[in-house]
Ligand binder design. Structure first.
Ligand SMILES: C[S@@+](CC[C@H](N)C(=O)[O-])C[C@H]1O[C@@H](n2cnc3c(N)ncnc32)[C@H](O)[C@@H]1O
Length: 423
């Protein structure tokens, strides 16, 4: 286990230095290709769990130390070990022994300190948990600027939004209506004793996540994995058969595929990342759908656009991903306030560049998986103030508030705004 503990600490250190968690994990798993499925799962659990609770774990560690640790490798090791002691079923003696062993490999003199800190944690665990909740970073496990920003926007909802981002994410499926009905698919799941529930016309929520190979019909394109909040997009865009539609930031193709499953349309799926565009192709093949795949920058249509306007455009723009942090807990620690400004700039640029591609009377759905006003209502408000010929269409879905879908038990956090060009 010490290998897993140590490896997790290394990956956490990389994330705190700004690296994406998936990249770190994938690289580690490639390097340790002999890991068993259990070891792979344990590594993922430790990394995800530690990052979900990082603010609390650091608050506890600071309480246990008389002065801050100079060596960040030691800090990350202790944080992972405290996570294991607090949240995992691993035997306490094994967690402490492995951490001491790993610490000695970093610096032979630190074994005693690590042993003392972890034993002290076990002695004062309840009290330390209470103390850690005294600061907001410790209580919620987000950076303070993030907490402040959510509070400024959402007031009394702050705690529930932040806590929703620290839960394990639900696994939700989208049933391909060209293949089967949602009712029939639920029966197939029940036959396999996979507990599930329909939560919207095509969305099926699984009580316990499973790997896709356990899902009946997955490889035949009967079903896809897609959050219920992401499934709002296809309906909100107000598409009709025969339309020409652009999905301007399409990869990996979840919303493109949903549109093609629902309507007989010509769909251009654009993405600027060639490798990610390959995933759109794989998804289209699995689902037996056809899209016109185009690699290009949505902010530079002069390079790839054929001049034929679109009846509908989906702009699922790059964003902070602040609405999906339970799936990507590294985001909580990687983002800086200046990033939000940077995303807002890119989003405005993309919107501006795509607008001329929309037919008169056509509609554009702007989407983010962010909960920050700056990337959502403000980008749309600024755009409308610059364009007399753009109107925002009121969209009514039961839990959309001013376009904002807040993360909860059934879906992630998203923002949607529908714009129409004057006829
Ligand atoms: C939120 S993801 C899209 C998810 C996708 N719509 C789905 O439902 O599966 C954003 C995508 O935008 C792409 N992207 C970022 N900037 C872009 C740009 N300027 N032009 C085109 N694609 C861009 C990224 O490569 C990424 O695949």
């Amino acid at each position: 286990m010490h290998n897993i503990q140590q490896l997790s600490a290394t990956i956490i250190g990389q994330v705190l230095a700004g690296r994406n968690l998936n990249q770190g994990l994938n690289e580690a798993l490639q390097r340790h290709s002999s890991f068993t499925p259990q070891e792979r799962g344990a590594l993922q659990d430790l990394c995800y769990g530690t990052l979900r609770n990082y603010g609390q774990l650091v608050a506890i560690l600071n309480e246990l130390l008389s002065k801050p640790l100079q060596d960040t490798r030691l800090r990350d090791l202790l944080v992972v070990a405290i996570y294991q002691l607090q949240y995992s079923k691993a035997a306490h003696y094994a967690v402490v022994d492995h951490a001491v062993h790993a610490a000695k490999m970093i610096n032979a003199a630190t074994g005693g300190l690590v042993n003392a800190v972890l034993r002290n944690f076990l002695r004062k665990q309840t009290q330390l948990m209470q103390i850690s909740a005294k600061t907001e970073e410790g209580r919620y496990s987000y950076q303070q600027w993030w907490i402040d920003s959510i509070r400024n926007q959402y007031g009394a909802l702050t705690s529930s939004i932040l806590q929703a981002g620290n839960q394990h994410p639900p696994m939700t499926l989208r049933v391909n209506e060209r293949s089967t009905s949602t009712e029939q698919y639920l029966e197939r799941l029940t036959a396999l004793e996979i507990e599930a529930q329909q939560i919207s016309p095509r969305a099926v929520w699984l009580k316990t996540p499973v790997t896709v190979d356990k899902l009946p019909g997955f490889f035949d394109g009967v079903v896809s994995v897609q959050d219920a909040g992401a499934q709002y997009a296809a309906g909100l865009l107000d598409v009709h058969d025969g339309m020409r539609v652009l999905d301007a930031c399409a990869a990996p193709g979840g919303k493109s595929a949903h549109l093609l499953e629902s309507y007989n349309i010509e769909l251009v799926a654009l993405d600027k990342d060639e490798q990610r565009l390959e995933r759109v192709q794989e998804n289209m093949q699995r689902l037996k759908l056809t899209a016109i795949l185009t690699c290009g920058d949505a902010a530079e249509p002069q390079v790839w656009w054929d001049g034929k306007v679109f009846d509908r455009i989906l702009a699922d723009v790059p964003c902070s991903a602040s609405g999906v942090v339970r799936r990507h807990p590294d985001i909580k620690w990687i983002r800086r306030p200046s990033d939000i400004e940077g995303f807002a700039g890119q989003q405005a640029q993309i919107l501006e560049a795509l607008w001329p591609l929309l037919a008169r009377g056509g509609k554009l759905l702007y989407a983010t998986c962010s909960v920050f006003f700056r990337e959502n209502q403000q980008v749309i408000g600024d755009f409308i103030s610059r364009h007399n010929e753009a109107k925002q269409v009121v969209i009514s879905a039961h839990d959309l508030n001013n376009g904002q879908l807040l993360p909860n038990d059934s879906h992630d956090g998203f923002f949607y705004a529908l714009l129409q060009k004057d006829a």
